[in-house]
Design a protein around this ligand. Structure first.
Ligand SMILES: Cc1cc2nc3c(=O)[nH]c(=O)nc-3n(C[C@H](O)[C@H](O)[C@H](O)COP(=O)(O)OP(=O)(O)OC[C@H]3O[C@@H](n4cnc5c(N)ncnc54)[C@H](O)[C@@H]3O)c2cc1C
Ligand code: SF4
Ligand code: SF4
Length: 241
């Protein structure tokens, strides 16, 4: 069974929890809110599937890797899309295509009070919530199983996330169902802890004496490309940088 002795060997992708046939694994937060697998030894039958699926396993299947990747640079033709995305809006262009073909798109949005989670979208309106980087580890609980169900139902699936999340999903899905799965991983140098984000929101709300109603981790429309400012709107006040 999977046991995390070194936290640098787990990205919280949930592949192990998703593959366990006995639902013996739950994802539990550490002090910063990063999620790690915890095994209920009473339910575990030591089948080894969770260890095998983990992308940090040295036997991780890389047979689909290209010897020499093809690299292209692209920017969306519509500057409104570029202004409202964090980078060049390639995600919007690729996901538009998938949705127009009747596929589904997975990406990162919010639930509860700006808790960062992966979600499923079947329309452009739903997908638009995924625009823009949320600089926090997203919660993937239940999502990999939903992706597998969509693929088994014959849908084309675009899943976007950090490279460690797409590696985990790739291993969990396996080769048989890979044909209709499009993986889009973002350039990423690491995700901040969910509890840092949660506590920062609470701090700002206390300071401003008002609840936050809108968040932008990097407001290009207001501050341009070079600046890296989080912007917030409060229920009783205007925007705050
Ligand atoms: C945690 C994090 C770290 C990053 N680090 C770098 C970096 O080091 N260098 C750099 O050049 N760019 C970095 N980026 C920016 C990222 O590479 C661009 O957003 C990406 O290139 C997509 O650009 P876009 O304009 O097509 O879409 P955008 O509108 O910028 O982003 C939307 C896409 O990002 C995904 N996404 C948003 N938040 C998250 C999240 N928390 N976890 C997983 N996926 C998420 C959405 O699902 C969607 O696919 C980072 C982004 C994040 C979220
Ligand atoms: S499969 Fe994912 S969540 Fe499970 S131990 Fe490996 S990296 Fe961590
Ligand atoms: S070894 Fe098998 S039963 Fe035990 S936690 Fe891992 S996947 Fe589940």
């Amino acid at each position: 069974m999977i046991q995390i002795k070194d936290k640098s060997q787990c990205c919280g992708c949930t592949a192990c929890a998703s593959i366990c046939p006995h639902d013996a694994i739950t994802m539990q937060p550490d002090a910063l809110g990063f999620l790690y697998p915890a095994v209920d030894v009473g339910k575990c039958v030591d089948c080894g599937l969770c260890e095998k699926v983990c992308a940090f396993n040295e036997n991780y299947d890389t047979s689909l890797n290209m010897a020499q990747p093809d690299a292209y640079a692209a920017r969306h033709k519509d500057m409104r899309e570029v202004e409202t995305s964090r980078s060049g809006a390639a995600f919007i262009a690729i996901s538009d295509y998938v949705l127009e073909q009747g596929g589904v798109v997975y990406g990162v949005g919010y639930t509860d009070h700006f808790r960062v989670v992966h979600k499923r979208a079947i329309s452009k309106e739903e997908r638009d919530e995924f625009k823009g980087s949320k600089y926090v580890q997203s919660d993937l609980t239940g999502v990999f199983r939903q992706v597998k169900k969509d693929l088994k139902d014959g849908l084309t699936v675009l899943f976007s996330g950090t490279p460690c999340q797409t590696s985990g999903l790739n291993a969990y899905i396996g080769k048989k169902l890979r044909e209709n799965l499009i993986l889009v991983d973002i350039v990423c140098h690491g995700v901040p802890g969910p509890y840092v984000w949660r506590d920062y929101i609470a701090y700002l709300e206390k300071k401003q004496g008002s609840r936050i109603s809108w968040v932008n981790f990097r407001d290009k429309q207001e501050y341009g490309w070079a600046a890296h400012h989080e912007t917030f709107k409060f229920v009783n006040r205007g925007g705050v940088k």
